[in-house]
Every structure is written in C-alpha cells, then in structure tokens.
Design a protein around this ligand. Structure first.
Ligand SMILES: CC(C)(COP(=O)(O)OP(=O)(O)OC[C@H]1O[C@@H](n2cnc3c(N)ncnc32)[C@H](O)[C@@H]1OP(=O)(O)O)[C@@H](O)C(=O)NCCC(=O)NCCS
Length: 345
C-alpha cells in the first residue's frame, strides 16, 4: 500500500495505490410506455405509408408515453427493474447518471428526479447529453468511478420522451422516433473484464444535421420561435445516414482492434436502433453475420439514448447473451457523436 501522505497532503485515492479494478454490468432493465403507435396510425396523421416506412427504416410501430408520463418516470421504472434483477437496494447506489435529450425540464437534472423516485437518497446525480450516443457515453463515465474505486455502484440510464419534441406534421422525422428507457447497474465483478473498452468520438462541424434549434440560450422560447416550430427536432436524413454508417463502422473497428478481437468472437452486436438499412450497412462492412446482430427497432423505432439500453435488456432477457459472452454495442447520434463498446458480459 503506497503512503497516503505526500507533501503533507492526504490524497484519498492513494489508499488504493491507484490500482484500477474492472467494471461490469451487474444487471439491466428497461421500460416502454403502453401506447403503441403503428405505421397505419401514422398514415392517418401525415402523407406516408406503411410500405414507405417499412422499406426505408424497418420500423413498424413505436411506443408513445402518456401526457403525464415523463422521462424521469420511464427512467425510474427501468432503473427499478434493473435493481430488482440485480438484487440492488436503493441505498447501495452511489451515483445516478441519466443520458437524455428530453429531460423533464432544462434543469434540474432528470437524474435528481429519478434519484427521488427510486429512493437512492445517498447518491450523487447528474445528466449527460450526447443524444443517441448517450448510453455508452454515460457507461464510460460511470466506469471511471468504479475502476478508480471512487464508487461501488453506479446506475446508468438512457431515457427519452422524444414524442415531446417531434413535429407530428413533419413526415420526414415523425415516423422515426419513439419513447422508452433502459438502465444498467455498474459494479466491479470478480474475474470478469466487463467493460473492456469504449471508443467514443464527436464531430461538432456537423451539429446542424440533427438538432432542436429552439429552447436554448441561442433561441429562447418566444411566440415567434414556437410559431416557427423551432422547438422540434430537425434532421437532414440523407447526410445523417451516411455519417452514421461511417462513424459506427470506424468506432466498432477501433474498439475491436484495441481488444485484439476479430468480429467472429463477438456473440451479439447491439447497434443503435435507428434504421434497419444503417444496421445492415454497418454489419456488412464489419463482415458480421446476421445472426450476430440484435434488432428490435421494428417495435420501438429510434428511442435515442434509450435505444441500445432497451435492446441490451431484451437481448439478455431472451437468452441471446450469457455471462462470459463478448458483446459489441455501437451508437451514433446528434452532435454528431458516436461510440462503440466491447463488453465481456
Ligand atoms: C429519413 C430516411 C429514412 C429517408 O430515407 P431516404 O432513403 O434518404 O429517402 P429517399 O431519398 O428515398 O426519399 C426521400 C423522399 O421521401 C419523402 N419522404 C420522407 N419521409 C417520408 C415518409 N414518412 N413517407 C413518405 N415519404 C417520405 C421525402 O419527402 C422525399 O420526397 P421527395 O424526393 O419528393 O423530396 C433516411 O435518410 C434515414 O434513415 N436517415 C437517417 C435518419 C436517422 O436514423 N437519424 C437518427 C440518427 S441517430
């Protein structure tokens, strides 16, 4: 054990001799709202068709939260499910991180509201915003607290009520998104590598491809900004598509390279559930077999930060992933941001 005292200053981290430890996912949970909005329903709202949506995106339906059901409610339900599965008590949780672009309010952080709803009164709590990449960004942040011995139990949640920022008159975007939440509890587990690596990246030069122009300090809410529909999500689909394929492929390759792994060693690939064609393009470039790739976007559409978290929970629940398996998560989102993580489950 190295000396905790140097130059008369006590360094709290020195008691661990700065030795890292691994960080694993102890358990996962998810929640989606009850209400289903099908492509047939959308046909009645905008000029679109089930055939167009299915062939361009693979999405058949998505979930929409009730008017009085907020991001913090869905996040709390996903968290409580993860805690139940992992046998984790609220008082064990040291930190709550919520990744979202649809917080209950601009402030305080949705994570603080979740902390109250799950009774994790001892924990610190904050939000992060990396759009659809948020869940891996949040896990990578949480991982640092575990490996540094700062905390023992970190709750990471991706949660979105995207229906609250969708322009339901814009067929270019309204068919793509849905609501939901997914949660993971991070702890160190003996003899497990857990989160082996996360390769994260961003390109702010393409910030305008996918954004919500109103509501921030650049464009606070006014009668004019609301009338101009600036408080809704906007996207340039084609350019976003191309950037997504390139970034997801590159991040995945880099994360595999860091772990000296071949794609054939990966039991399950969980890509961001935005578009079936993006997933196929990335999978082909990675030379992954279709049965390696987990897809549930037909049921939920793109739920942004919740997307891979919900998919991970479903993959575990369905038995697609067993302890010891290697899995690859790949995400992409506004910012632009992207990330890929290799995990020994
Ligand atoms: C949005 C997306 C599905 C559109 O697919 P696409 O192949 O680029 O679209 P196409 O060029 O074939 O078709 C565009 C045409 O379809 C029309 N269209 C758009 N949405 C439509 C809809 N819901 N129903 C019917 N027609 C639609 C457009 O108006 C356009 O018509 P025009 O050519 O007359 O102007 C695709 O670009 C995409 O998925 N992009 C990435 C989006 C994404 O995943 N974002 C989140 C990343 S985190």
């Amino acid at each position: 054990m190295s000396s905790p005292t140097t130059k008369g200053i006590k360094n709290p981290r020195a008691r661990h001799g700065f030795r890292g430890r691994t960080c694993s996912i102890a358990s996962v949970g998810s929640y989606v709202p009850e209400r289903v909005l099908t492509n047939a329903d959308l046909e009645k709202m905008v000029d679109t068709s089930d055939d167009w949506i299915t062939s361009r995106t693979g999405i058949k339906e998505r979930r929409i939260a009730a008017s009085d059901e907020y991001t913090s409610d869905m996040a709390a339900k996903a968290a409580l499910r993860a805690m139940k599965k992992g046998g984790i008590l609220p008082e064990q949780i040291d930190l709550v991180i919520v990744a979202t672009i649809t917080p209950d309010m601009p402030f305080p952080a949705t994570a603080c509201l979740v902390q109250q709803k799950i009774g994790a009164f001892r924990s610190a709590a904050f939000d992060i915003e990396a759009a659809c990449s948020g869940f891996i960004y949040a896990m990578e942040i949480g991982q640092q607290f575990i490996t540094s011995h700062t905390y023992d139990t970190v709750l990471v949640i991706g949660a979105e009520k995207l229906s609250s920022i969708i322009d339901w008159t814009d067929r270019n975007t309204c068919v793509l998104f849905g609501d939901g939440a997914g949660a993971a509890i991070l702890q160190s587990r003996a003899n497990a590598h857990g989160l082996l690596t996360a390769c994260m990246g961003a390109d702010g030069s393409k910030a305008d491809l996918l954004s919500m122009p109103g509501g921030g300090c650049r464009c606070p809410a006014t009668a004019e900004s609301v009338a101009s529909r600036l408080h809704y999500l906007r996207m340039e689909g084609k350019e976003t598509f191309k950037s997504a394929v390139n970034a997801m492929y590159t991040a995945a390759q880099e994360s595999l390279r860091r772990c000296e792994l071949d794609i054939t060693r990966i039991k399950c690939i969980i890509p961001h559930q935005a578009n079936q064609r993006i997933i196929e393009a990335v999978s082909e470039r990675l030379e992954a077999k279709p049965d390696q790739v987990f897809v549930n976007l037909d049921k939920y559409g793109n739920t942004s930060a919740a997307s891979v978290a919900i998919a991970l929970d479903e993959a575990v629940e369905s038995g697609r992933i067993q302890r010891g398996d290697l899995i690859l998560l790949i995400v992409f989102g506004a910012g632009l941001t992207w990330a890929a993580a290799v995990i020994e489950w």
